[in-house]
Design a protein around this ligand. Structure first.
Ligand code: ARG
Length: 457
């Protein structure tokens, strides 16, 4: 007989059990469920709703169940429907009638809300930790490469010389925003649903502030009707992971391009590459490709839950049970993606010489010549034209603009003087505006991220 079977005269159909049950996946919430129940029963005792002895007995039984689950001795039965009823039923088996008092002043609606919310909050923290390590990885690479020239691109075309370190710190900036998003979601959603009961609260003299303290929430939620059907915390983590994996897919894409023989800017380590089953010579960038590919399911999970929640009338509806699998999936795939991205970055070889060679293609210092001429009082449009002629000269010599001698440059226009410097280094070093690529500015950025990492230990 079901725990809720009082008003039913027939057993549920087998097919219904399978369709209705969340137990196969919400098992993962067992710890949060047990902790929530221990906090709830202790509060009931403190308020004189059950006795201290009863609460102790309940706690003992719940800890026994925890052990059973962790030792793989727990007998899962799909007809229990979900983790909440599976544990409660077992508690009653273990301690008898006292176990039947646990569900006083509580409903599965606030129970699932508290369990799932706490699970998600913990994962927000796990993500922040993992992202910090990723940011540190970018900073470590940047430190080694504040002077390593790389063709900075727009439209995936050579644009201006930048340093590889600067490029890495663009990613540090992106992932710092992700860090902040997970942290802010944690703070915003750190509220206690327990005691909201089914939808309207309870006539029992409970103390929601007490369970708030025990369960380490910031405060109890203010409106129970909202709380039992609020899944914003789940949507937020799904969105945060979507944004995170989008960022990860961008560096992944670059790693894929950089590791081609056309670019050869990096070589992925053997540890994080795979071979081909037919072409013996191949080394494939499966790690970044998979990270890029994970965006599909992760965005899908976000869209799925947004759609589930759309138009749901207050308060709890069973639709909401569809909230968990997508979140579990995104969390699992998001965390492992960041973990492996970090390792692939740490272990890749950075081929400076190839980056330099590439930087010498495409006349990357053309803007520098135009800027130089503007400083000599020549209007920008004219400077642009003169520079075009200098580029044509370089082309005719099969050279890059940065490789022309001063005399060659002077032959283009008499206003070009001995002080002209179109080397790649000079171009990079001269971009000293705040947030720019000059090594002095990149060092400043490194300090900024190191300070951030130190302050967010
Ligand atoms: N398994 C359910 C879920 O995940 C728990 C809440 C059930 N509440 C209810 N009134 N049927 O949403």
């Amino acid at each position: 007989m079901k725990l809720w079977g009082g008003r039913f005269s027939k057993q549920a159909a087998k097919l219904l059990d399978e369709f209705n049950a969340s137990l196969p996946f919400d098992k993962d919430l067992y710890l949060e469920d047990i902790e929530g129940s221990i906090a709830h029963s202790a509060m009931l005792a403190k308020q004189g709703i059950i006795t201290k002895e009863e609460a102790d007995k309940i706690k003992e039984g719940l800890l026994e169940i925890k052990k059973e689950i962790e030792n793989n001795e727990f007998k899962w039965d799909i007809s229990d429907e979900d983790i909440h009823m599976a544990i409660e039923k077992r508690l009653i088996e273990l301690i008898g009638d006292t176990g039947k008092k646990l569900h006083t002043a509580r409903s599965r609606n606030d129970q699932v809300a508290v369990d799932f919310r706490r699970w998600v909050l913990k994962k927000n923290i796990e993500f922040t930790k993992s992202i910090k390590e990723l940011i540190k990885t970018f900073v470590d690479i940047a430190k080694e490469h504040t002077n390593t020239l790389l063709p900075g691109m727009t439209h995936l075309q050579h644009a201006q010389p930048i340093s590889f370190g600067y490029h890495m710190l663009a990613y540090a900036s992106m992932f710092k925003r992700d860090y902040e998003r997970f942290k802010q979601s944690f703070e915003r959603n750190n509220i206690n649903p327990l005691g909201c009961a089914a939808l309207a609260g309870t006539p029992h003299n409970i103390d929601r502030f007490e369970t708030t303290k025990t369960l380490d929430f910031k405060e109890p939620s203010i409106n129970c009707l909202d709380t039992v059907s609020d899944r914003d915390f789940a949507l937020e983590i799904l969105f945060n992971i979507s944004m995170l994996i989008m960022h990860a897919s961008r560096i992944a894409e670059e790693m894929i391009i950089w590791s081609t023989s056309e670019f050869a800017f990096i070589t992925l380590s053997d540890e994080y590459s795979t071979g081909s089953s037919i072409m013996p010579q191949k080394k494939n960038p499966d790690v970044p490709e998979l990270i890029r590919g994970k965006t599909g399911r992760i965005y899908g999970n976000l869209m799925a839950l947004l759609t589930v929640m759309k138009g749901l009338p207050l308060a709890y509806n069973k639709d909401t049970q569809e909230d968990k699998e997508g979140v579990f999936d995104s969390v699992k795939n998001g965390l492992i993606s960041i973990e492996i991205l970090k390792e692939a970055l740490k272990t890749m070889t950075i081929n400076k010489e190839n980056m330099l060679k590439a930087t010498k293609k495409g006349h990357l210092t053309a803007t520098d010549l135009a800027d130089y001429l503007v400083n000599k009082g020549i209007p920008f449009r004219e400077a642009h034209h003169i520079t075009g002629r200098a580029v044509a000269l370089a082309e005719s010599k099969g050279a890059d603009l940065s490789e022309l001698s001063i005399n060659e440059l002077k032959s283009i226009d008499e206003r070009i003087g001995d002080d002209v410097n179109l080397t790649l280094e000079n171009s990079m070093n001269s971009r000293k505006s705040y947030g720019a690529t000059a090594p002095s500015r990149v060092k400043e950025q490194i300090e900024y991220f190191e300070k951030f990492l130190k302050e967010n230990k």
